[in-house]
Write a protein of this length. Structure first.
Length: 206
């Protein structure tokens, strides 16, 4: 049927989602709920929304007084690592591939419905290194908030550095290092990340 004759309730074009059967779904659902209950007990300083899927090897290092909120239905794949001494907030239905790291000394905000590929790193701090007479290890850290809007897709192994804001619906290519703000709806790639096009075909901005 041509697209313009499809009803409003018609499924989107493309292959149907994989279906592994009812038993698989029930088992996976039970495992998720049980796992989340255990995770909540083990990490009382983190607020998990309902139906979060926290996979094996996830690590949460949260200082007393830090505020960490993870929205409903988020997926934190194997080896997810979270470190917080400040405020860290993740919106509903955001998905992290395996071995992502999110670290907040000051403030990291990640929106809803975001997709972060494997091994993505998001940090709001750097080690200070202005002095040459003191070891870098002993110079403390420089921090600035990171904000990632809703519906952002970050490709595998990308790094988001301190002080960066990424606008809603932006796409960041695999292996990019994002050192400057990116506007909503852009596609940015490379090291440092540069905008290559706007998703809506509009003129480049930012
Ligand atoms: C960025 C991406 C989404 C492609 O977006 P696109 O708008 O279709 O971009 P194009 O393929 O048209 O490429 C535009 C330009 O950027 C370059 N480019 C694309 N992806 C790049 C990347 N990750 N790093 C560096 N350059 C890249 C292309 O070579 C092209 O350059 P050219 O014009 O000089 O030939 C894709 O390349 C990518 O990186 N996907 C991430 C995949 C991933 O990590 N998945 C993990 C699972 S969530």
């Amino acid at each position: 049927m041509p697209p313009d004759q499809r009803g409003a309730d018609a499924p989107p074009p493309g292959p149907p989602p994989a279906d592994f059967g009812t038993l698989h779904r029930v088992r996976a659902g039970l495992r998720r709920r049980l796992g989340l209950s255990v995770t909540r007990l083990r990490h009382p300083r983190v607020t998990f929304g309902p139906l979060c899927d926290v996979r094996s090897g996830a690590r949460f290092t949260v200082a007393r007084g830090a505020h960490v909120t993870i929205g409903a239905g988020c997926v934190l794949d194997h080896g997810f690592t979270l470190e917080a001494t400040g405020t860290l907030s993740i919106g509903d239905r955001t998905v992290f591939g395996h071995h992502c790291t999110v670290a907040a000394d000051d403030s990291v905000t990640i929106g809803a419905g975001c997709l972060l590929g494997e091994l993505v790193s998001v940090r709001d701090h750097d080690h200070a290194f202005d002095r040459s007479d003191v070891g870098i290890l002993d110079q403390g850290r420089t921090t600035a908030p990171v904000v990632i809007g809703d519906d952002v897709w970050v490709g595998a192994k990308a790094t988001i550095t301190r002080g960066v804001t990424i606008g809603r619906g932006a796409v960041v290519g695999a292996h990019a290092v994002v050192t400057h703000d990116l506007p909503a709806g852009c596609v940015a790639v490379g090291v440092p990340a540069r905008i290559v096009r706007m998703r809506d075909g509009g003129p480049l901005s930012g």
